[in-house]
Design a protein around this ligand. Structure first.
Ligand SMILES: *[C@@H]1O[C@H](CO)[C@@H](O)[C@H](O)[C@H]1NC(C)=O
Ligand SMILES: [Cu+2]
Length: 237
């Protein structure tokens, strides 16, 4: 037992080192999300309850879809063209992109909406906005400073039931990507009729290969000054 003690003491530090979306703001209204590590059977939230926010290390991991979260009892209504702001209680890493994805639920309920198949598209992303990979000039650096990320639902998007997935890809360890994705359930309203197709769509897990230069990166090697986010281009409608 004595040998176990240092491990137990180290555990809270590991928990504190990461982060996840914990609430959402739409039109001035805050929607509680999940706070992590103790899924509640009847939590009245719009977010799919993730079991923990330890990093996912491979883009093909099954948990990439919604960090292991499968359903939530509630959804939030949002008009196409309106912004949704994701809020993190804490976030620690400053290198790597923010990518915001959506997925049209094929049926009329969220229950059977499992995020499988080639149905995910990006509505927003920010990779490196400066010229040094080894800087804090990244989307996740903005989340570090503000603990928020605001994205516009494309104004032309067809109304319906959608998952929204906020993904932070932390690149602070050379060639050791860490993915932090969470999903919430949205009822998109409006009079749009557009849906993305073709190269805008991807499957999650595995929206890119693990060796994609946007995923397998050494930000400290000092050569590259540009960065391309992995996965499809952003669809703006
Ligand atoms: C809405 O989201 C877009 C990004 O999609 C952002 O550029 C803009 O600043 C946001 N607007 C507000 C009011 O937060
Ligand atoms: Cu972390």
């Amino acid at each position: 037992m004595q040998l176990m003690l240092p491990l137990l003491l180290a555990a809270p530090a590991l928990v504190a080192a990461h982060g996840a979306v914990t609430s959402y703001i739409i039109g001035g209204k805050t929607y509680a999300g999940y706070e992590g590590f103790s899924p509640q059977p009847n939590a009245q939230i719009i977010q799919r309850q993730w079991p923990d926010y330890n990093p996912i290390m491979t883009v093909t991991d099954r948990r990439m879809t919604c960090n292991g979260g499968t359903s939530a009892p509630l959804s939030a209504s949002i008009a196409a063209g309106e912004n949704i702001t994701a809020v993190w209680k804490q976030w620690t890493h400053q290198q790597g992109p923010v990518m915001v994805w959506m997925y049209a639920c094929p049926g009329s309920s969220f229950q059977g909406c499992d995020g499988q198949g080639k149905g995910w598209f990006k509505i927003d992303q920010m990779g490196l906005y400066g010229t040094s990979l080894n800087s804090n000039d990244w989307g996740t650096g903005v989340v570090y400073k503000t603990l928020k990320w605001s994205s516009k639902i494309p104004a032309a998007l067809k109304p319906g039931k959608y998952l929204i997935r906020h993904e932070l890809l932390a690149l602070h360890q050379a060639n050791t990507p860490q993915f932090y994705p969470e999903c919430a359930q949205l009822d998109v309203t409006g009079s749009g009729s557009a849906t993305p197709s073709g190269s805008f769509l991807a499957s999650i897990p595995a929206y890119a290969s693990q060796s994609d230069p946007g995923i397998m990166v050494d930000i400290y090697q000092g050569k590259a000054t540009t960065y391309k986010c992995p996965g499809p281009d952003v669809w703006t409608g």
